[in-house]
Design a protein around this ligand. Structure first.
Ligand SMILES: Cc1cc2nc3c(=O)[nH]c(=O)nc-3n(C[C@H](O)[C@H](O)[C@H](O)COP(=O)(O)OP(=O)(O)OC[C@H]3O[C@@H](n4cnc5c(N)ncnc54)[C@H](O)[C@@H]3O)c2cc1C
Length: 456
């Protein structure tokens, strides 16, 4: 029996219209937001609408040792959902139901639901789902769980894994595992839910999640402060986080300020070495937190500090942080990356990144989730310019070397994917590498699930 007949067999077992082998459609599932030119072409795309579709696909693939790439919304910037030649891409985009149980403050969601839709459904009940990857309007909650996504508010509220109480996972052989439950304090057996969070589609396919929700916080107060030097902003951020827990604390470097100003025209100080943005959603205590932030910024040499408790003005104050991506998208290819170094090394990192950009004749700006010590270098180059793409790739490698030399890491909130997998064997203890492989082998002995990502 050849592959085409085989795929016909699978089609009959799936919901109508779930599988496609249409070459045009296959093309649109090749790449994710890492835009890898070497992405493969899937032999078929299954757009599951039920857990049974997922089970059938995995049983079929496992029995024939066909690789399967689980895919949410395809916003991975590290090649997590990049297709593999001859593999099946298993998209969860049609599984989008969201049910809020206000009495238990939980959300029961299918993996393809957009994070923004989960947040909105919770908000309708006066509840809050905190994790806020910047891609929240375009990424899926299943993808967030599979990468343990984080974002600006994680400094106060934690990352995705802090909100996952339970999940249903289809394993490579088609069996279904119900992990966790709907209670915070429920710990039978090993902590397997945590193991599957961040497993990037290598251990199983998530078909349902039970999420913890919290009360909607009050409208945040917002502070912006310009500093002549990055080192001053970093010291202020360190002082602030030693005394309080802001709901966001971001720092833009000079290059990022310039890009934001060119795009927004809001009279940002383009001579400043750094722009610090801090927020507090502490209700009655927010005013005091803002004063504390202001004091520390001024003490560390801020040239100008502005504070607002107005919602709309606050949204305007944080615009520069988001404008970087929007501005770059209009100019060409945007590559967001992520590295982390100890907070005291941040100025060396951002200065070093600026130097790397100059030497490689490429554009890189940096913004930092200061309290998490996590920096996003964002690269930009013209579409279809191979030389520029090569310069950007060289700059990225140098940035990784620099982060490591400063005692940091190159795998933080975006995940490992295909792109950073090569860095793991060196970064991890050999015993841990062995453990990773043993766990993978135990749950996916035929190595069909996303075989090119994460596991070293
Ligand atoms: C503009 C932009 C900004 C971003 N900002 C952030 C940010 O602030 N923080 C952050 O953490 N990330 C960020 N990202 C990266 C990306 O959005 C996140 O990694 C997100 O969680 C991926 O979700 P997705 O639905 O697009 O997943 P995909 O890209 O489709 O998949 C990501 C990984 O999850 C696996 N996967 C997806 N769904 C499932 C499932 N149901 N079961 C098992 N495995 C699955 C895939 O196999 C893959 O390994 C950003 C990306 C962009 C483009």
């Amino acid at each position: 029996m050849d592959t085409v007949d085989d795929l016909d067999l699978l089609t009959q077992r799936l919901s109508p219209g779930a599988m496609t082998t249409d070459p045009d459609l296959l093309q649109s599932y090749r790449q994710d937001w890492s835009f890898d030119p070497a992405a493969g072409t899937p032999v078929a795309v299954v757009r599951a609408s039920t857990a049974s579709d997922v089970q059938e696909t995995l049983c079929f693939a496992d029995s024939r040792s066909i690789s399967v790439v689980p895919r949410g919304a395809g916003t991975s910037v590290v090649g997590g959902s990049t297709a593999i030649d001859g593999a099946i891409t298993l998209s969860l985009e049609r599984m989008r139901s969201i049910r809020i149980d206000a009495s238990s403050r939980t959300a029961i969601v299918e993996p393809g639901a957009l994070t923004n839709d989960v947040k909105a459904a919770a908000a309708k009940e006066g509840l809050y789902y905190p994790p806020d990857p910047s891609s929240f309007e375009i990424c899926s909650i299943g993808g967030n769980a599979a990468t343990n996504a984080g974002g600006p508010c994680c400094v106060k509220y934690g990352v995705t894994s802090d909100y996952i109480l339970g999940m249903t996972v289809v394993l490579a052989d088609g069996s279904i595992a119900e992990l966790g439950g709907d209670r915070i304090k429920d710990t039978p057996g090993l902590s397997l839910t945590k193991l599957f969070v961040g497993s990037e589609g290598t251990l199983g396919v998530i078909t349902e999640l039970t999420l913890r929700l919290i009360p909607q916080p009050p409208t945040p107060h917002t502070l912006v402060a310009f500093f002549p030097l990055m080192s001053e902003a970093v010291t202020a951020a360190r002082d602030i986080t030693n005394r309080t827990r802001p709901s966001e604390l971001e720092i833009l470097d000079n290059a990022a300020i310039k890009v934001a100003e060119e795009f927004l025209r809001m009279e940002l100080d383009t001579d400043a070495g750094a722009l610090l943005i801090g927020r507090s959603d502490a209700g009655n205590a927010a005013e005091a937190e803002m004063e504390l932030m202001r004091t520390h910024c001024e003490k560390r040499g801020a040239s100008a500090v502005f504070v607002t408790d107005d919602h709309h003005e606050g949204e305007l104050f944080i615009r520069p942080r988001y404008a970087v991506y929007e501005a770059f998208e209009q100019k060409g290819v945007v590559i967001g990356d992520d590295v982390a170094v100890p907070i005291d090394k941040l100025p060396e990192l951002t200065d070093g990144i600026a130097d790397i950009a100059n030497r490689n004749n490429t554009t890189v700006v940096s913004y930092t989730h200061a309290a998490d010590e996590l920096t996003h270098p964002v690269l930009n180059y013209p579409v279809a310019d191979e030389a520029a793409a090569a310069s950007a790739a060289a700059a990225r490698r140098e940035i990784y070397d620099l982060a490591r030399a400063l005692g940091g890491t190159v795998t933080t909130e975006y995940g490992v994917g295909q792109h950073k997998r090569g860095n793991l064997s060196n970064a991890l203890d050999p015993v841990v590498v062995k453990l990773n492989r043993a766990i993978k082998n135990a749950v996916d002995p035929n190595n069909i699930l996303n075989p090119r990502v994460l596991i070293p």
